[in-house]
Ligand binder design. Structure first.
Ligand code: LLP
Length: 439
């Protein structure tokens, strides 16, 4: 068997020889930890999100150790994957959370009420209702993105008879080499306040009774692989912290945001690779902050859960239109939107490893749009109808971006821990989808 075209994400997702049964001979099958993905598809159907608990925990521990020299809190960015069970797992690992809506905050409170004091609330459009919820929960920090928001938050805090801990999210005007939809740190973006106006706004905030200035926050974008962008942003933030302290503000926290990219390509990844990446990232954040004595907040999302999940899908039809070959699979853009939305590349591998010749295919879903694809012009081992494929690196912004377009039920999610399998979200039923409508 040639290994070419059969990809792995060790140590969680690797091919292992399955035991022969009455019905099937021994075969090399893609596993998540100790569980064969073919077994999961029989038990739960497809499309199915499969996560490895150990892969996710490993990433948290990698972060921990890279930042161990400074006081810090990892505020996992809920939007990357908001599954309640995953939030509980991450809280148990000591994570706090970054939320951007009242809904995300509700999730955090339900998964782990004790995490509120480790939760930061970001977002350009917080409503009164959301602010009140967060104030009642006594969260750690509000990342405020405009002057009007300062006033609105102060008013809400007044109603609650408390002081809201705030950081201004500054826009450092540094470019990040990523998809334009997920780059956020330039003046032209809607995010944050221009860094040049920050001192003036902090002065105002400092004078508002129901606010307590507590930190400075920044987030320049997502899927950033060149850490020099982080370093440039942190240098500007560090200068600002010094100025603000000279102005008399107590700056306890620096929230460095999220955004560390992962590798989506088809080269084999090793655990060491991520350790190097994270070491470089830690350097880019910590060097500019040296000597500042702040409590660092980090808001990683993708880098915690991205590689720890796959989307499992089955080939429904194989069809040839002229010179093109299409694998029509049962997962679609509503289940994994990243390829359609950002033209994002996700590696794909067959679940069964057999020696096969290769062919060029488009992997497409059943949705009525030409933009509904998971891979274009991809060289894959020859697949047949009924075969299973695993789409890698789908743990982040997979299920969280899924929709019910075409009245499709969103996938189920399972979490694997060694040999144990836990259904952490059942597949939706059509009644689930129709429940909120009237005839
Ligand atoms: N903090 C803030 C304020 C954010 O806006 C984000 C992501 C994060 C943290 C987490 O960033 P991460 O570590 O996951 O890169 N749907 C897109 C990604 C959108 C990211 C939005 N903000 C995708 O699928 O690539």
């Amino acid at each position: 068997v040639s290994d070419q075209g059969f990809l792995e994400r060790p140590p969680a997702f690797t091919y292992r020889t399955s035991r022969p049964t009455v019905l099937s001979a021994a075969a090399s099958v893609l596993h998540c930890d100790r569980v064969g993905l073919n077994h999961l598809s029989e038990r739960y159907g497809t499309p199915l999100y499969v996560y490895s608990a150990s892969a996710i925990r490993d990433r948290v521990r990698n972060f921990r150790s890279a930042f161990r020299q400074v006081p810090h809190t990892l505020c996992y960015s809920v939007k990357a994957n908001p599954n309640l069970h995953l939030l509980k797992l991450l809280a148990a690992e000591g994570c706090g959370f970054d939320v951007v809506s009242g809904g995300e905050l509700e999730r955090v409170l339900r998964a782990s009420r004790r995490s509120a004091p480790r939760t930061a609330f970001s977002g350009v459009g917080k409503t009164d209702e959301e602010m009140l919820l967060a104030l009642k929960a006594r969260i750690l920090l509000f990342n405020v993105e405009s002057e009007s928001e300062l006033w609105k938050l102060a008013e809400c805090a007044g109603r609650q008879r408390c002081r809201a801990p705030i950081a201004l999210r500054v826009n450092p005007d540094v470019p990040a080499d990523t998809h334009p939809y997920i780059s956020t740190g330039l003046r032209q973006h809607k995010f944050g306040v221009p860094i040049e106006q920050a001192r003036m706004l902090y002065a105002r905030a400092g004078g508002i009774r129901h606010l307590r200035v507590a930190g400075v926050s920044v987030h320049i974008g997502s899927q950033i692989t060149d850490v020099r962008s982080f370093s440039a942003a942190m240098h500007r933030v560090a200068d600002l912290v010094r100025e603000l302290r000279r102005d008399g503000h107590e700056i306890e926290f620096v929230d460095a945001g999220g955004g560390l990219g992962i590798s989506y390509d088809s080269t084999p990844h090793t655990t060491d690779e991520f350790r190097n990446t994270i070491a470089g990232y830690a350097d880019s954040i910590l060097k500019p902050l040296r000597g500042l004595k702040v409590h660092l907040l980090l808001e990683p999302g993708r880098s915690i859960v991205g590689s720890g999940g796959v989307l499992l899908t089955q080939v429904l039809y194989k069809k040839r239109n002229g010179r093109k070959t299409f694998l029509v699979v049962d997962a679609a853009m509503n289940d994994l939107m990243r390829p359609s939305l950002y033209n994002a590349f996700h590696s794909i591998t067959p679940v069964l490893r057999q020696s096969r010749s290769f062919e060029m295919v488009d992997v497409v879903g059943p949705i009525c749009e030409s933009g509904d694809f998971l891979a274009l012009n991809r060289k894959l081992p020859r697949m047949e109808e009924g075969d299973l494929l695993a789409i890698f690196d789908a743990g982040a912004y997979g299920m969280s971006l899924a929709s019910n377009y075409n009245t499709r039920r969103r996938p189920a999610e399972v979490l694997i821990e060694e040999k144990s399998i836990r259904l952490i979200r059942r597949r939706e039923t059509i009644s689930d989808l129709l429940r909120t409508e009237t005839v």
